[in-house]
Design a protein around this ligand. Structure first.
Ligand code: IMP
Ligand code: MG
Length: 334
């Protein structure tokens, strides 16, 4: 299993949190590095509780997993401290000393700036904080007294774990279509979201990665402005059961059917070696909570085969419900 990068396919909200929490429990992940920032919320349903995590890695559900936030990430200190308390992970979480800090004036600017408003940002201050970092004037984790007990050298730790054949996950946030470089610019986030960038933010070189698991959802959603090919009306989305609201901001998500051409492009740029498809039960309700591929209805299997043909890598993980364990796991069988 070695080192796995988990990356999002389209405009985020594919269910990376759920897939990562499953991997944590099933594979007993030793160490996980979260990238990105508080604009992303990873939803985890575990033991009857729902978590919307903006900072703490989704692998926290496995109580022996070491949790880290990479040097390329951006930390909002009050949010971080709240989540550390909520998940009870204070003794096993670390923040790289060089991770940059989102300050109150960054979110104020994100909410006030009319251009950023027209992009439909989450207003969490990530873009303005990244701007400040690029200017070389950002505050870093090592400058924040509340973060002192958590400071770590993430690149050292994660590379030592890889050297020791530990099970490592690099947790991506958002999806490739929100990438600053490869997405639907200017309607994108303020960082590259590709698998290569997830490695870079964590301090892991490309030769050290064994698996690039790209997470697709069985249909597409997007929040904020920008084109969405094949977009449905809200009424149609509700009728199909595809209507969602954002885990972080509560905004309504726009939706569209799965896009096979885009899926192919995304797999190439991420360098996918495997894929996950989540929410198959929303397209085919009889799949709900299934853990067996053989028992899926033929039309659901046909959909998975069509995805595999488009992206040219196997779909090894299939989501069939919200709980971390509502998964069909075909890894090792294909
Ligand atoms: P920002 O990342 O807050 O600057 O927002 C830029 C664009 O990325 C907006 O369209 C946001 O809705 C979108 N975005 C940022 N983070 C996420 C996410 O985690 N899920 C979905 N969309 C996101
Ligand atoms: Mg999300």
């Amino acid at each position: 299993m070695g080192c796995t990068v988990v990356a999002g396919a389209f405009w985020g909200d594919e269910g990376k949190g759920k897939v990562i929490s499953y991997l944590a429990l099933k594979d007993k992940v030793d160490i996980c590095v979260r990238t990105g920032s508080v604009n992303a919320a990873h939803t985890v349903h575990f033991q009857g509780k729902r978590y919307a995590l903006h900072m703490v890695p989704a692998t926290f559900v496995y109580d022996k997993c070491r949790l880290l936030i990479g040097s390329g990430a951006n930390v909002e200190v009050p949010q971080f401290l709240r989540e550390v308390k909520e998940t009870g992970v204070k003794d096993r979480i670390g923040v790289d000393k060089q991770t940059s800090i989102i300050e109150p004036h960054h979110s104020a600017m994100d909410k006030r700036d009319s251009y950023l408003k027209s992009i439909g940002t989450t207003g969490r201050g990530v873009g303005p904080a990244v701007q400040e970092r690029a200017k070389r004037s950002a505050k870093l984790a090592k400058d924040v007294p509340e973060l002192k007990p958590f400071l770590a050298d993430v690149a050292e730790e994660v590379n030592a774990a890889i050297d020791a054949d530990k099970i490592v996950v690099l947790e991506g946030t958002q999806g490739l279509m929100l990438s600053l470089y490869h997405g639907s610019y200017p309607y994108v986030t303020s960082r590259d979201t590709s698998a290569a960038a997830i490695c870079s933010e964590s301090g892991v070189g490309p030769s050290r990665v064994n698996t690039v698991l790209v997470v697709y959802k069985a249909f597409i959603t997007r929040v904020g402005a920008g084109d969405l090919p094949g977009e449905l009306s809200k009424e149609e989305a509700v009728r199909r059961g595809w209507f969602e609201t954002a885990a972080g901001t509560g905004r309504e998500r726009r939706s569209a059917p799965f896009n096979f051409d885009l899926a192919r492009r995304v797999a190439k740029i991420h360098g996918a070696t495997e894929a996950a498809v989540t929410k198959l039960d929303i397209l085919y309700p009889s799949c709900k909570n299934s853990t067996s591929y053989a028992q899926l209805p033929q039309e659901a299997k046909n959909f998975i085969v069509k995805v595999e043909q488009a992206i040219a890598v196997p779909v090894t993980v299939i989501g069939t419900g919200p709980d971390a364990l509502d998964i069909i796991d075909r890894r090792g069988y294909l």
